[in-house]
Design a protein around this ligand. Structure first.
Ligand code: URA
Length: 206
């Protein structure tokens, strides 16, 4: 199936594959983030994975290396996944709401998210994940278009149009700022959520 992708007001490109989406993103100038980025950070992991993880946007390390979630937050994410035997490279496809680093790691603006939306839509269209995990409120607002606090909706499954089940979770950066592992703490809640994600993955096999 083809995905209509509007890169900017002067160019309309028809995207027919993930590779074409990545190529279009690599030269995208649809918003001002293109002026300050070092690299476009499109995705990492397995394009055939049943689990997609969507974060906010690249940070400094991601911008340097051209890969999502490779800084401190990414290392924590890898550990969380590994704790339930989910291998980042084999079992997940990881990307962000926006593909270019917002300067100073600020939250991407609504316009920047809109300018980048077609790339995420193409990723969902062509990867066809069964489960999508939204890490943090920016991804929640971008994908589910709701403003509910993450603390209220994390750990719940939502349905989206393409048939995938979507779960908001705390962003790993937030977990890095909240060290406690006590019952009810963000880290403890993340542990409950990742176990539920593991259960849902296993249920796909049955
Ligand atoms: N935070 C994100 O949301 N995405 C990344 O790729 C890195 C940090």
């Amino acid at each position: 199936m083809t995905q209509q992708l509007s890169l900017d007001s002067s160019a309309l490109t028809v995207i027919t594959s993930l590779e074409e989406a990545a190529a279009a993103a690599s030269v995208c100038q649809a918003c001002s983030l293109c002026k300050t980025r070092q690299q476009v950070v499109f995705a990492d992991g397995n394009p055939n994975a049943r689990l997609m993880i969507v974060g906010e946007g690249p940070g400094q390390r991601e911008d340097e290396l051209g890969l999502p979630f490779v800084g401190r937050a990414g290392q924590l994410l890898d550990k969380i996944l590994a704790s339930v035997n989910i291998d980042r490279q084999k079992d997940t496809y990881i990307c962000n709401m926006v593909k270019c680093r917002p300067p100073g790691n600020r939250v991407p603006s609504k316009d920047e998210m809109e300018a980048c939306r077609s790339f995420l839509e193409a990723q969902i269209e062509f990867v066809k994940p069964k489960l999508i995990v939204l890490a943090g409120s920016t991804a929640v607002q971008g994908v589910l278009q709701v403003k509910d606090p993450i603390s209220r909706i994390r750990g719940k499954w939502f349905d989206i149009a393409n048939g995938a089940k979507v779960m908001p979770v705390f962003h790993p950066s937030y977990l890095l700022r909240n060290e406690s592992r006590e019952v009810g703490s963000p880290k403890w809640l993340m542990w409950q959520d990742i176990k539920e994600i593991r259960r849902a993955l296993d249920a796909l096999d049955n």
